[in-house]
Structures are given as C-alpha cells and as structure tokens.
Design a protein around this ligand. Structure first.
Ligand code: SF4
Length: 331
C-alpha cells in the first residue's frame, strides 16, 4: 500500500474544520482514498464485547443506562466467573472475532479481589490467541502495568465528547481524568482505544474539537470508536433526536483522514442502520465493528454475528485476521 498521506500530530482546529465541512461526497472520496493507502479496504476487524460486570455504576454519564442513579431496565450483574468469560471468548473466536473486549461498569479500578480476577480473565483470553481489550474505568499507571503483564493488548477509554462540552454530560469526573488514564495506558505499553459519541446535544464544533484532541495526541489511538447515542429509556438523554446516518459518515470520514493508521470503529448505533447505511460508513473509512453472540453491545441492542457475516459477504468484505495469524500462515 502506498502511504501518500503522512501521519500528523500537529493538526489545527481550522484544518480539521475544513475537512469536516467539505461537501459530503468529496469528504467520503477523500476518506476512501486515505483508507486505501493505509488499510486493505476489504477487511473489517471483528471485535466482540462482553459486559463482565453490569450496572450499578456510581458515575453520572448522561447517556449510560448502567449509572445507578438512573431508573433504567438494566439488571445489575456482579463480576462474571472467569470460566464463563473464557467460554464467551472461545465462542467469539469460533465466530470469527480477532479481538475480545471485556467491560466492567466501574468508576475506576480498585486493587482488590475483583481486579485479581480480571487479571486472570486477561491471561485466559490471551491464551486463546485473541487480542484482549478491557474497559474498566480509570486506571493508575501501576494497574496498567499489571494488565500489560497479564497480556492486555488494548484499553478502551473514550473521550466521549469535547473538553468544552464534557461537564454537560458527566459531572462525576473531568476530561483531564480521561486524559490521565489514557496516558497511563500508553506508559504501560498497551494500545489505546479511544473515541466518542455523537448525538449528546453537542455542536459540530464539539465534534471537531474531540477529533482534534485525539489527532494531536503524541501517538494516535490505535482504535477510534465512533458511536451514535443509543437512547436508553430512563437516562437524561433518552429523548434526544436520533443521530442521522450522514452525521456518522461525516464523523467517520474525518476521523479516517486525520488518523489514517487507526482502526476506525463503527460502534453503538449500528442497530439503527440498515446495510446500505453501514456500507456508507465502511466506504468512509470505518474498518472495525463490534458483534456479539448475545446481540447486544454492552446493554444496548446490536446486530448478531450471523447477520453481520451475511452483510460482510454481501458487501464483499471479510473479517480481518490478527497480524500474528497472518504471519504464522505465511511460514
Ligand atoms: S459510561 Fe461507564 S463510567 Fe459512565 S455510568 Fe456508564 S458504566 Fe459508569
């Protein structure tokens, strides 16, 4: 692949604004071109996300059905037994996933028995030959090092929105807390998965500003999830308008152009898109999706594995293999 577009960490807000605001077809064309320089456009990374501890979270993220303070239908579930998690990981692998993400609804990781159990889960999933990812809330550098030593490949910690809009959405932590955890993950040598959500009531300026923060990090996050708000009944944002697909496409395309080497993940909100709408997102540079045997993305609906595999076949796409697997097959 001819990488004509260089990786840059010195983007200005004005440059990203100009990319974001171009006529949509030109934007998609530019993003598709950059995408082809850096990635095989026929490959989609398939990740499986499992909630290992659900609900009862002390944080107040306005979009989240797992916050204890909102009255949602989500059932609280304690940390799953390690064997159960490994079973889920094996099924995910058998269904074509190359990455397995474990999510716990915690404000932060505490150095207790539960963390010891998560460490065992990371080791177990790693032994299955899957890329292991976790999202567990805030982390110290020491905790990140323990996870890295257990074989953690990636840590998800989304920025959610822009620094300016952050306190409208979450009051129990700050944007700087988010950045600190991302820095701790980097220092431990774990890859970073960080993106955000659109449809929270933010402006286009906030969307651009969030992309600016990600694209000017010393190293771009290796994965950038772009989520559309899943309007969970009982949360403060339940009545927000549905995110228009073209807004997702615009966001994905801009992320692809400013962070060419990253995997851009079409995440929450996919359930509300038909195949044609998802195809536009792939054309705009999305090359990663979450799928799952339970047909949920954490606690919100998501298309199931068989439906996704059918869609990939229709679109002439195929699941991306782990880099290690490609290398082994070439021996
Ligand atoms: S998004 Fe995470 S931190 Fe925020 S309330 Fe939900 S589970 Fe807690």
């Amino acid at each position: 692949m001819d990488k004509k577009t260089k990786l840059r960490n010195d983007w200005t807000k004005q440059e990203i604004e100009e990319i974001f605001n171009q006529p949509l077809m030109s934007l998609i064309y530019q993003a598709a071109t950059v995408h082809r320089e850096w990635h095989n456009p026929e490959e989609i990374q398939i990740s499986t996300l499992l909630s290992i501890k659900t609900g009862g979270c002390v944080e107040d993220c306005s979009y989240c059905g797992q916050a204890a303070r909102y009255h949602t239908n989500i059932k609280v579930q304690a940390l799953l037994p390690t064997e159960k998690v490994i079973e889920h990981a094996q099924k995910a692998k058998d269904s074509g996933s190359s990455r397995f993400c474990m999510a716990a609804a915690w404000r932060e990781v505490r150095n207790n028995r539960d963390f010891d159990r998560v460490i065992d889960m990371v080791k177990g999933v790693n032994e299955l030959g899957l890329e292991v990812c976790c999202t567990l809330g805030m982390l110290t550098e020491e905790q990140a090092i323990r996870l890295e030593e257990a074989g953690l490949y990636a840590y998800n910690h989304n920025l959610d929105t822009s620094e300016q809009y952050y306190e409208e959405i979450i009051s129990t932590r700050t944007f700087d807390n988010r950045i600190n955890t991302i820095n701790n993950v980097r220092k431990a040598g774990i890859t970073v998965c960080s993106g955000g959500i659109i449809g929270l009531g933010e402006t286009n300026g906030d969307r651009i500003s969030m992309l600016l923060t990600l694209a000017t990090m010393p190293k771009h996050p290796e994965s950038v999830p772009i989520n559309a708000l899943a309007r969970v009944p009982g949360t403060p944002l339940e009545n927000n308008p549905k995110v228009d697909t073209w807004e997702m496409v615009r966001m994905i395309a801009t992320a692809r152009i400013v962070m060419p080497s990253s995997m851009v993940r079409l995440s929450a909100g996919r359930i509300e898109m038909d195949e044609t709408e998802q195809a536009w997102c792939f054309m705009a540079g999305a090359n990663s999706i979450f799928t799952g045997e339970r047909e949920t993305l954490l606690v919100t609906p998501n298309p199931g594995v068989s439906e996704d595999m059918q869609m990939l076949t229709t679109l002439g796409l195929r699941p991306k293999k782990r880099a290690e697997e490609v290398w082994m097959n070439s021996l």
